[in-house]
Design a protein around this ligand. Structure first.
Ligand SMILES: C[S@@+](CC[C@H](N)C(=O)[O-])C[C@H]1O[C@@H](n2cnc3c(N)ncnc32)[C@H](O)[C@@H]1O
Length: 252
């Protein structure tokens, strides 16, 4: 039975359709810590769970449902195995998936710093970018996964991606960006905080979510032992930074 029919049935005389619509949203995350049991939870066909660095489908679902409406344009411009585009389409949004190295049909080859899209055409942009040079995504020299997060060029190039998002988003549109910090060779690099301060130059910060990591190669008794013995921490979460393109011009 659909929500409106149920709301107006004799068994539920006092419930308005809007109240039912709100009840239908209780499956959305309400706190700033998101922990999903698996990549494909709720969306078995979205993306490819075996792809290195794949986005949890429920994360994409929460963003799409909160920040866009059916028919809106959602852009997934570092698409990888296309989880975000798949979820957006399944939820009735228009989706454009771009990647420097398309792995599936329907992904358009493009550099995330120059999208083949009109200005102010998208409602939501979701970026799940490389966060250092720890994963080889392609041999293309423009791949941002070839730049170490310790290199100042990393935030400079990610800022160019953010500017392109700012151009393509309509006013009030949302940019959601998944990124992780790095601890390598005894050096901690706070990539999430650095990116957030770069984003703050053009966008309004809406919130920051901790996205719990699972099934990482470092999640093993051997690495846990090393973390305790050598006094460092394994990465337990990624950041999900949620920012909005200002509705009006920002004073400067
Ligand atoms: C973390 S993966 C994305 C995972 C994806 N959301 C999924 O669920 O499968 C990062 C992607 O960024 C892409 N990439 C790296 N540099 C790029 C660039 N300059 N332009 C477009 N895509 C780029 C890589 O090819 C890789 O597919």
């Amino acid at each position: 039975m659909d929500v409106v029919a149920l709301a107006s049935s004799p068994a539920h005389p006092s419930l308005l359709p809007e109240a039912w619509a709100m009840l239908g949203r209780t499956d959305l995350e309400a706190y700033t810590c998101w922990d999903f049991p698996s990549q494909s939870d709720g969306h078995p066909g979205a993306g490819d769970a075996s792809f290195n660095g794949v986005t949890p489908a429920r994360c994409a679902e929460n963003l799409v449902r909160r920040y866009s409406r059916p028919g809106d344009l959602v852009v997934d411009q570092m698409a990888g195995s296309r989880t975000i585009g798949d979820v957006a389409r399944a939820l009735g949004r228009r989706a454009v998936s771009l990647d420097l190295s398309p792995r599936r049909p329907g992904i358009v080859r493009a550099d995330a710093r120059a999208w083949p899209l009109r200005a102010e055409s998208a409602t939501l942009v979701v970026v799940d970018s490389p966060y250092s040079d720890n994963i080889v995504y392609s041999r293309d020299p423009r791949c941002l996964g070839r730049i170490s997060c310790r290199d100042p060029r990393f935030i400079a190039e990610m800022s160019r991606v953010a500017r392109e998002a700012g151009r393509v988003l309509r006013r009030g549109g949302v940019l959601a960006w998944i990124i992780a910090d790095e601890y390598r060779g005894g050096v901690y690099t706070p990539v999430g905080f650095r990116l957030l301060s770069a984003l703050e130059r053009e966008f309004e910060i809406l919130d920051t979510i901790a996205l719990v990591r699972h099934h990482d190669r470092s999640a093993s008794p051997m690495w846990e032992h090393r973390a305790r013995r050598f006094n460092f921490f394994l990465r337990g979460f990624k950041f999900l930074l949620i920012v909005r393109k200002p509705v009006g011009d920002r004073g400067g």
